[in-house]
Design a protein around this ligand. Structure first.
Ligand SMILES: [Zn+2]
Length: 115
């Protein structure tokens, strides 16, 4: 678990999260996607949803990633629905370019004040 908080590379998901999901607080896992509570949350409620296949970003995704994108959106919807129901509000975002820290497509589902 130490590596989850100390990781400084540029693909946390392929390097740390996907090889050992048991170290994470997983909310959803299926064949194509994984959703878990962020290891360094920016918001009071902060869940990250990722495709298991390496796709570097939303804008880099193409026709070959259709199955993963569709599965990702389904999982984002399910997670966001849960957060919205529990907290009355949620936001969904994915960063691109200089805003994107980890170069593996990931969608933040968050609610509540910034930490
Ligand atoms: Zn990756």
């Amino acid at each position: 678990m130490g590596t989850a908080t100390e990781y400084t590379g540029d693909d946390f998901y392929c390097d740390v999260a996907l090889p050992d999901p048991s170290a994470l607080d997983v909310l959803h896992e299926d064949e194509h996607t994984l959703a878990f509570r962020h290891t360094r949350p920016f918001w009071a409620v902060h869940v990250v949803v990722i495709p298991k296949k390496h796709i570097s970003s939303l804008t880099a995704a193409g026709p070959a990633d259709e199955v993963e994108l569709s599965a990702l959106l389904r999982t984002v919807q399910e997670v966001a629905r849960g957060v919205e129901a529990e907290h009355g509000a949620a936001a969904v975002l994915t960063n691109l370019g200089r805003y994107q820290d980890s170069k593996h497509l990931h969608v933040h589902v968050h609610s509540g004040p910034r930490r």
